[in-house]
Ligand binder design. Structure first.
Ligand SMILES: Nc1nc(=O)c2c([nH]1)NC[C@@H]1CN(c3ccc(C(=O)N[C@@H](CCC(=O)O)C(=O)O)cc3)C=[N+]21
Length: 279
C-alpha cells in the first residue's frame, strides 16, 4: 500500500502560510496584484483560471481578470502585456496557455517583463533556473519539489526519472531535481526501452499527457510516483498519466489525480506572486 501524497492538503498549508504573509504586507500598506489573461474560452482553461482567481481571493491577492475574445490579434495581446508591464500596481502577469493558433506563444511569453513572469516561462527565468540564479520557477515542477519535501521524501542521491521533456514541466523539473542533488534522467518519445529506464527510478515523474500510460510494470517496488497528467478516462472522468489502481499497490508513495499536482501548481503561483513583492 502506497502512501498517498495529498496535494490538496499540502497546497492548503502553503496557501495558509501565504495568507499570513500577505496580511503582513497589507499592514505595511503593500498590496499584491496578479493579472490573469485568458484568450478565447477553452473550457479547461476556464476551470484552471477560475481556480487561480479563487486561490487569489483566499490568500488575499488582488486578481485582475482579462477575458479576451478568441479573435484577439497577437498585436492586441502584446499591447495589453506591455501596458501591464508598465503598470506599477501589477506585480504578476499570467497569460493562460494554450493560446489560439494565430498567436505566437513564444512571442507573448518573451514580452512579459521577467520581473512579473510569475509562471516562470520567460527565457530569462528558464536561463536563471539552469544556472542557479534567483528567478521565477515554473509552478508545476516547483510544486512537485514541495510535495516531496513536505512528505519527507529525500531527493539527494536518488535516481529521478522524468517522462516528458516539455518546457514547462519536464525540463525545469530536471533542473530542480538536479539542484536537490538527484541523479536525473529525462525520457521522451525516442527513448529506447522506456520501461528499463523507468524501473530504475526511486522517484518517477510522469508528464506525457497520455491517459493511464504508466502501469505497474514501469515501476520499481516502493518507488515514489508523481503524476502530472490531467486527462479524461473513457467515462470522461478526470485522471492522470498513471494507471493509479494498477500502480498504487506497488508504489511506495503516489499522487492522485485530481488532488495531487494540480492544486500545487496553483499554490506555487500564489507563492511566486507573494515572494516577488516581499523581496
Ligand atoms: N500560463 C499558464 N500557466 C499555467 O500554470 C497553466 C497554463 N498556462 N495552462 C494549463 C496548465 C494546467 N494547469 C493546471 C492548474 C490547476 C489544475 C488543478 O487545479 N487541478 C485540479 C482539478 C481541476 C479540475 O477539476 O478540472 C486537481 O488536480 O485536483 C490543473 C492544471 C495550469 N496550467
Amino acid at each position: 500500500m502506497a502512501k498517498i501524497i495529498d496535494g490538496k492538503k499540502i497546497s492548503q498549508e502553503i496557501k495558509d502560510e501565504l495568507k499570513e504573509r500577505v496580511a503582513a504586507l497589507k499592514e505595511k500598506g503593500v498590496e499584491v496584484t496578479l493579472a490573469v489573461i485568458q484568450v478565447g474560452n477553452n473550457p479547461a482553461s476556464t476551470v484552471y483560471v477560475g481556480n487561480k482567481k479563487k486561490a487569489c481571493a483566499y490568500v488575499g491577492i488582488r486578481s485582475l481578470a482579462y477575458e479576451l475574445p478568441e479573435e484577439t490579434t497577437e498585436a492586441e495581446l502584446l499591447e495589453l502585456v506591455e501596458k501591464l508591464n508598465k503598470d506599477d500596481s501589477v506585480n504578476g502577469i499570467l497569460v493562460q496557455l494554450p493560446l489560439p493558433n494565430h498567436i505566437d506563444e513564444d512571442k507573448v511569453i518573451k514580452t512579459i517583463a521577467p520581473e512579473k513572469d510569475v509562471d516562470g516561462f520567460h527565457p530569462e527565468s528558464v536561463g536563471r533556473l539552469s544556472i542557479g540564479q534567483k528567478g521565477f520557477v515554473s509552478c508545476t515542477p516547483a510544486g512537485i519539489i514541495q510535495l516531496l519535501k513536505r512528505s519527507d521524501i529525500e531527493i539527494d542521491g536518488k535516481e529521478c526519472v522524468i517522462i516528458g521533456r516539455s518546457n514547462i514541466v519536464g525540463k525545469p523539473m530536471s533542473m530542480l531535481l538536479l539542484r536537490e542533488n538527484g541523479t536525473v534522467t529525462i525520457c521522451h518519445s525516442h527513448t529506447k526501452d522506456l520501461k528499463e529506464v523507468t524501473k530504475r527510478a526511486d522517484i518517477l515523474i510522469v508528464a506525457i499527457g497520455k491517459t493511464k500510460f504508466v502501469t505497474a510494470d514501469y515501476i520499481k517496488e516502493g518507488a515514489v510516483v508523481i503524476d502530472v497528467g490531467m486527462d479524461r478516462d473513457e467515462n470522461g472522468k478526470l485522471c492522470g498519466d498513471v494507471d493509479y489502481a494498477d500502480v498504487e499497490p506497488k508504489a511506495g508513495a503516489i499522487t492522485p489525480v485530481p488532488g495531487g499536482v494540480g492544486p500545487m501548481t496553483i499554490a506555487m503561483l500564489m507563492h511566486n506572486c507573494v515572494s516577488s513583492v516581499e523581496e
